[in-house]
Design a protein around this ligand. Structure first.
Ligand code: HEM
Length: 122
């Protein structure tokens, strides 16, 4: 998962009330966008995938894991398809048990740390 994406202003503009001059860059920090309590609730910092159940759909600007616009991720459809196939295959064939607390390690991309999962064939 990418921590965010950059954009360069083509013309003088404002963003959230801040002046941005033509040629200046901004970094959209997805770590912050995806943890805004106004959108995600007071448990925004917690790994809580069940929040997607029950029809919860954030506004498009509040959830941009693949970026936005013409330079958005070209691998989005592939990545989502691959993830569904992989997860469906794993939960069909294995009992998964988590050991430890999920932490996030940031390099060029974000990845899970400290959490180990054991797979027991069903
Ligand atoms: C869960 C998996 C993935 C995530 C979360 C992800 C996320 C992103 C993000 C945030 C960007 C920046 C978009 C922007 O600036 O608006 C990006 C760009 C890009 N991604 Fe992904 N990506 C994923 C998988 C993939 C895969 C599987 C491929 C290739 C098969 C891929 C190829 C690219 C390329 C080539 C760009 C640059 C697009 C451009 O600048 O025009 N990504 N990705």
């Amino acid at each position: 998962m990418a921590p965010g994406f950059f954009r360069e202003a083509r013309q003088d503009t404002t963003l959230g009330g801040y002046p941005i001059a033509a040629g200046e860059w901004v970094f959209v920090l997805l770590l912050a966008v995806h943890r805004d309590p106004a959108v995600w609730g007071n448990d925004a910092d917690e790994f809580h995938p069940d929040r997607w159940l029950g029809g919860f759909r954030p506004k498009p600007w509040a959830y941009r894991p693949f970026g936005t616009g013409p330079r958005a991720c070209i691998g989005q459809a592939f990545a989502l398809h691959e993830a569904k196939l992989l997860i469906a295959s794993l939960v069909r064939d294995y009992d998964l048990t988590a050991h430890g607390e999920l932490d996030v390690e940031e390099n060029l991309t974000l990845r899970p740390a400290n959490l180990k999962i054991s797979f027991d064939p069903i």
